[in-house]
Design a protein around this ligand. Structure first.
Ligand code: SF4
Ligand code: SF4
Length: 315
């Protein structure tokens, strides 16, 4: 698989990034061993780039996988919500400790919305800049579901990598169309920012048109790489084939078409509304005392972590 330099950083990544959220207990629920083997399998197929986050709570899968991966040849991107230097220090130390590594390749501030949000998190950025000087971080970035988030990255030299939501239908973009997003991404790319997209299949909504949706993002010249969740070897093979040839092999296509992801709410939901408060997409509401997802849900699974009854799952 082709590798590219991520903007002006010195980091070289495969054009496909392993989205690791889907292997966690709230989604595919792979064991640590199964998840680690899958990451290793993807690495043998050329995927040297993995995306995680503190809230995914899956560092243990990656730590296990790293036992059979050349760390120097592997790129780990993680994210946190820190806004103070203390929080940033805690998040970095947690990642280093749980991943058992000396450095994180890309540390991102999670879900940045605009220039104001970035300003509000600037103390954390300052901490990461110091950590970068000490060799504990190689590059600093942000993830965002907003065009205004990508714009914010263009206003800060310190932000070297951007992880924006991008898919052909514009699903999950909170403040504009896919064309608005592409225009801003191109601007950031031309400034030398490393760009790796997220949710090329709209969190699963575009699974019925996987090939077209995948190729849409694959063919955007201003996107260096993009993350896609993979839960099985079959999915790894399919995505690697798509990246390399633009096609899904016949033998994989039928079984993958049957996969339709959805958000499941168990009957024992108590209607507390925590999920509604967590969701930034307005993708879930309380109807008749029970949480009910709507068409705005992008199946990110973030709400599941805040459910006191553990009754949300993406399957
Ligand atoms: S957080 Fe869980 S229990 Fe509370 S409303 Fe949402 S699904 Fe129901
Ligand atoms: S309802 Fe949950 S899974 Fe859907 S978009 Fe909101 S946080 Fe994500």
């Amino acid at each position: 698989m082709d590798r590219v330099k991520l903007g002006n950083t010195d980091i070289e990544v495969s054009r496909l990034c392993f989205g690791s959220l889907t292997m966690t207990p709230f989604q595919a629920n792979l064991s640590v061993e199964e998840g680690a083997k899958l990451i290793q399998y993807a690495y043998t197929k050329g995927i040297n780039f993995i995306d995680t986050a503190e809230i995914y709570d899956n560092y243990q899968y990656i730590k296990e996988a790293l036992k059979n991966i050349n760390r120097e040849d592997y790129v780990i991107a993680t994210k946190c919500y820190a806004y103070s230097k203390e929080m940033a220090a805690e998040s970095l130390e947690l990642a280093l400790k749980e991943l058992q590594t000396d450095y994180i390749d890309i540390f991102l501030l999670h879900e940045q919305e605009s220039i104001h949000t970035v300003r509000g998190h600037y103390e954390a950025i300052e901490y990461f800049l110091k950590a970068k000087k000490m060799g504990k971080i190689k590059a600093i970035g942000i993830s965002t579901h907003r065009v205004s988030g990508v714009f914010a990255a263009t206003q800060y030299d310190e932000i070297e990598v951007v992880h924006p939501i991008v898919n052909k239908a514009g699903i999950g973009i909170q403040d504009g169309t896919i064309n608005d997003m592409l225009e801003m991404i191109e601007k950031a790319y031309n400034m030398g920012k490393g760009i790796y997209g997220m949710k090329p299949l709209g969190g699963g909504h575009l699974i019925g048109q996987s090939k077209e949706a995948f190729n849409f993002v694959r063919n955007i010249p201003s996107i260096h790489s993009f993350a896609i969740g993979m839960q099985s070897r079959e999915e790894v093979d399919c995505n690697v084939n798509l990246m390399e040839t633009g096609e899904i092999p016949e033998y994989l296509s039928e079984s993958l078409k049957k996969k339709k992801r959805k958000l499941i709410i168990a009957d024992y939901c108590i209607g507390c509304g925590n999920c509604v408060k967590t969701c930034r997409q307005n993708g879930i509401e309380i109807i008749d005392g029970k949480a009910t997802p709507n068409e705005r849900c992008i199946l990110c699974g973030y709400c599941a972590r805040n459910c006191p009854e553990f009754c949300i799952k993406v399957i």
